[in-house]
Design a protein around this ligand. Structure first.
Ligand code: SF4
Ligand code: SF4
Length: 114
């Protein structure tokens, strides 16, 4: 698969190195949805529909974790958080083996090849 263009908020933090603490840069979820994101987005490619920009802390968050009642209304909130947490490996370091490159002021970032 070749380079892809993804669009991120200009104030989003720079992606950390793989294995470092997640800073909510959004690169992974903007590049392609995780298994839960595929279900919520109803697609296997492109940005996840549940990826939410939080201006107050200038970072992206997973909507399934931040607002489970909105994204997983059929599940009790504790179960929804547990499910989402397991599927996105919450609490671990960044596991996105992508190398984003700035592509210009209005054209987003290219995550490049793993
Ligand atoms: S897992 Fe990595 S790429 Fe994904 S939001 Fe966290 S820091 Fe960014
Ligand atoms: S972690 Fe959340 S926002 Fe990211 S792809 Fe999965 S469901 Fe979507």
């Amino acid at each position: 698969m070749g380079p892809r263009i993804i669009h991120l908020h200009p104030a989003a933090p720079t992606k950390p190195a793989t294995g470092a603490a997640c800073n909510g840069c959004g690169v992974c979820c903007a590049a392609e949805p995780c298994p839960l994101g595929m279900l919520l987005s109803r697609r296997r490619r492109g940005a996840c529909a549940a990826l939410e920009w939080h201006a107050a802390d200038a970072r992206y968050r997973c909507g399934a974790l931040a607002a489970p009642a909105r994204w997983l209304p059929w599940l009790p909130a504790p179960l929804a958080r547990g499910l989402a947490g397991r599927w996105i490996a919450a609490g671990r370091g960044c596991d996105a083996d992508l190398e984003p490159q700035a592509a210009g002021p209005a054209s987003g970032q290219s995550p490049g090849q793993p």
